[in-house]
Design a protein around this ligand. Sequence first.
Ligand SMILES: C[S@@+](CC[C@H](N)C(=O)[O-])C[C@H]1O[C@@H](n2cnc3c(N)ncnc32)[C@H](O)[C@@H]1O
Length: 196
Amino acid sequence: MVNLKHSPKISDQDRTKQQIVVLRWGHRVHRDARLTSHVALTARALGCSGFILSDSEDGKLKETVEKITQNWGGDFFFEMGNSWKTTIKNWKSKDGIIVHLTAYGENIQISNVLNKIKELKNDILLLVGSQKVPKVFYTNEVSNFNVSIGNQPHSECSALAIFLDRFFEGKELSSSFRKAKIKIVPQKRGKKTLLT
Ligand SMILES: C[S@@+](CC[C@H](N)C(=O)[O-])C[C@H]1O[C@@H](n2cnc3c(N)ncnc32)[C@H](O)[C@@H]1O
């Protein structure tokens, strides 16, 4: 399980998979609360190990995400309060790489950027913005890769979901979450849940 407190180094004996943690930059408390919570919940549901909110603190958001994790299971951490600079410095110092999702990056469909990221095998800090991001995000001072999910502007939530689905090749959609108190039993109609 990756966490800034738990090193993102890939040398751990019992870790074989590249881990992904989402770094959300540009959250404005109140204005972005709903979208940021959707970004965090998308990260959790689609296979990430954690979520970092940089340059901002939002206790309500943290509570919402942690409550979902308590009820629906899995290991997913939520961190906030550090600046993006500190977060990135810490991540890089532990051999992690930074992938910046941006409409201006290498197109995931028509380039081999995803293969290049996977070949590296380092843990990934997936940087998503909100309003206009600092220019330095596009440079190798910050990002190892700038990846676009098509070259049209859309949303951090959709970009994140598509990146993760391509990265995990759809397998994340059938994974089960440890220690879940509630599980959905998929059905043709109606709503069925199991409480454990
Ligand atoms: C609503 S967009 C704002 C983009 C902003 N206008 C800019 O120029 O940086 C917010 C975030 O969604 C993500 N995003 C939007 N469209 C994307 C795309 N086509 N590919 C990858 N990421 C995208 C990026 O992370 C971006 O920072």
